[in-house]
Design a protein around this ligand. Sequence first.
Ligand code: 13P
Ligand code: SF4
Length: 367
Amino acid sequence: MATTAIDVQQLTQKVSDQEIQERIVAAKKALGERVMILGHHYQREEVFKHADVSGDSLKLSRAAAASDAEYIVFCGVHFMAEVADILSRPEQISILPDLAAGCSMADMANLANVERAWRELNEVLDAESKVTPVTYINSAADLKAFCARHGGIVCTSTNARNVLEWSFSQKEKILFFPDQHLGRNTGYNMDIPLDEMVVWDFDQPMGGLTAEQINKAKMILWKGFCSVHQMFKPEHIENFKAKYPETKIISHPESSFEVCQQSDYVGSTEYIINVIRDAEPNTRWLVATELNLVNRLHEQFKHEGKNVHFMSPMVCMCSTMFRIDPIQLCNILEGLVEGRVMNQIKVDATEAEQARLALARMLEVSP
Ligand code: 13P
Ligand code: SF4
């Protein structure tokens, strides 16, 4: 059943923020253990506070797989709710409060252009015996299924190194999509030289590469990127450090190679939180990841004298994560109390079965 925009509009006009918060709490209480709310770290505070489990993509995938709840309400983006549907039992229902909450990076690779790349690679080498396809979890379910069909695997920002090690134990090369930066940053840390990591431009025939470049490459990196993390620049670090030389730099691996090279720590959203939480009091941090998380870290740790700063002088939020608002969450939960399921994310059964295999391979090699 589709969300009724009218419900949302009526709620917007008549009800205060405070009342919405109270109604979310009441609906959640009425549903009890029948519902589990998962919240990604980039969610706005008024939504995030209602999460039963918060985390990065790996932690939330595991939480969805372990959940016994009838309804898994995913306050995150579309691929996350798809993974929750794939990893949960068939009778459980995965819900995304706003169906337009996608991931612009995930949209940079689709089955048609990945299949074309695979065909074109096959013109140069025997891709099936030489290349492991690896998809970042920030991708549609059909790409995870593609990886499963071709001996490949899924990764997250937490387990990318383990996944690449597994992939190289299977075949000599990797086709990594959609995020070139996570691929490059991880490959470089595994001692793969930059000139053995080539970029596949999906708008060009043969990815814009020569047969020689493809044959020489260890990693073929899809030309995808995150529009939020590409905003962070080395000069932001240099300018900030000129003022506060003691600053520690911590970045998400979707940031550019240059930013990650200048960082003291690089890791997933959960890793960033843990490093700052465990740091000495009275320390200063410059963080390259999404604004809602950085603001939360600042608020959470300022009483310890930790100064947590956002890396870019420009505001760069993930606009799709931000689409999930308290009114929609309230609407979804009140619907469930009345027995109405809205915004269910259901992956096609065959696709889900294959994608589950690629995710299972990932979970097996994850730390
Ligand atoms: P994490 O898995 O590190 O939370 O990253 C997800 C994401 O989309 C970052 O932009
Ligand atoms: Fe996608 Fe970037 Fe948003 Fe993460 S921050 S969900 S990669 S658009």
